[in-house]
Design a protein around this ligand. Structure first.
Ligand SMILES: Cc1ncc(COP(=O)(O)O)c(C=O)c1O
Length: 391
């Protein structure tokens, strides 16, 4: 049996996805199948579990710092996985990608400044911009026949109107686009032209699916990287999200120093040793695990795709180039987002509703396919009941 087939009960573990549907979504019922929050229902790699067990048995949890092997493991990972050459001096870490982006916004922009995001897009970007009293400037993606592309002319208008920063999601949640070198270069050139900070969230970079390729902003020519901050993490890749760990990679020395000073200013220059150990081991030893996982995810994506074609042809699904998220266009059903959600919940499925990704997401749902194939098979029955065209 494939290890990813193993169904693990996550209820009563404090899991946001499984235990907090009532608190966060107002949904009651223990028979609901959560396909919303983007984390896996798989165990982390055995090597990581062994390392954590070893650290826990040691039993001393005093203050800790990043060790040299963490830096080397990360540098090596980026080189072997993505052919990116990163210098140790560029790397720092913080307790998650979102906290780091929020801190970067506080550092680089002022109250009421405009920050550009692309919609549909990861909802928490909007949240951290607004909660930090900055303003969202939306640069909607252009969709045609289920394929998304950037609106570069409109992006230029946003920058010309005075936006100070762009949060760029590559690969893109929820559409699954892995932006190309050409697209990223154009974005970076515009940032350079208008002196806009480019915050590139590359948390999904390890989950680009063959035959697609990942292009990191860190590969841009030096002339385009002086206002660049890149966020990555072992968390999304290896299922370690609650360990709260991410890498911030900043080629501009002055900017990096400023960022680290901010960490210190918040008393965040101290690290969770278990998280560091887990990330280091994952980068050092779990390449094969990731390769197997990606095959498994591809197979889930294929299962969903075939099912939709056969059973629900009015639901449009373009396979993601990256991520394990399925972005389903349900607009042909002509339902409001609330009606769509209700239908799915009545059929026992809890998706992320598209309007949570901005108004351009209205009429869509996002499904998390990071689950055992058998669970997905069950979900398909729910989808069929909910999304068949008879009202
Ligand atoms: C694009 C993107 N950025 C950031 C995050 C969250 O990162 P973290 O848990 O490290 O704050 C997510 C989680 O789904 C995400 O999709």
């Amino acid at each position: 049996m494939n290890a990813f087939d193993n169904k693990i009960n996550r209820r009563d573990t404090g899991s946001v996805k499984w235990d907090f549907m009532e608190q966060k979504l107002g949904l009651e019922g223990t028979d609901l199948l959560p396909m919303w929050v983007s984390d896996y229902d798989f165990q982390a790699p055995q090597q990581v579990l062994n390392r954590l067990t070893q650290d826990i048995s040691h039993g001393v949890f005093g203050y800790s710092e990043r060790q040299e092997d963490y830096y080397q493991a990360a540098i090596n990972w980026f080189k072997t996985q993505h052919d990116i050459v990163i210098k140790k001096e560029w790397i720092t870490s913080i307790h998650g990608v979102l906290p780091g982006i929020a801190m970067a916004l506080q550092m680089l922009t002022k109250v009421n400044d405009q920050v550009v995001i692309q919609s549909p897009g990861y909802g928490s970007f909007r949240k951290i911009i607004e909660l930090n009293d900055r303003r969202v400037l939306n640069n909607p993606l252009i969709e045609s026949d289920g394929h998304y592309r950037l609106d570069l002319a409109h992006l230029e208008d946003c920058f010309a109107s005075g936006a100070k920063a762009l949060i760029f999601c590559n690969p893109h949640n929820p559409t699954g686009r892995a932006w190309t070198e050409q697209e990223i270069t154009k974005v970076a050139e515009l940032c350079q032209k208008y002196r806009v900070w480019l915050i590139s969230d590359e948390i999904w970079s390890d989950l680009v699916l063959a035959p697609n390729a990942f292009y990191s902003s860190l590969k841009l020519p030096k002339a385009l990287t002086d206002k660049l901050i890149v966020a990555t993490a072992a968390s999304k890749t290896f299922g370690l999200s609650s360990l709260r760990i991410s890498n911030f990679i900043i080629p501009n020395e002055e900017l990096k120093t400023q960022f680290v000073r901010r960490l210190d200013a918040h008393g965040m220059d101290c690290f969770n040793n278990l998280s560091m150990s887990a990330a280091t081991t994952a980068y050092q030893e779990c390449e094969a695990w990731l390769a197997e996982l990606k095959q498994y995810l591809q197979s889930n994506i294929e299962t969903l795709s075939k099912f939709l074609k056969a059973e629900l042809p009015h639901i449009r699904f373009t396979k993601p180039e990256a991520t394990y998220l399925a972005w389903l266009d349900c607009r042909a059903m002509q339902l409001s987002d609330t009606e769509l959600e209700q239908k799915l919940i009545s059929a026992g499925i809890v998706p992320s509703i598209g309007c949570g990704f901005g108004e351009e997401g209205s009429g869509f749902i996002r499904l998390n396919l990071g689950c055992p194939a058998e669970v997905l098979e069950g979900a398909l029955l729910g989808l069929k009941a909910a999304l068949n065209n008879s009202k």
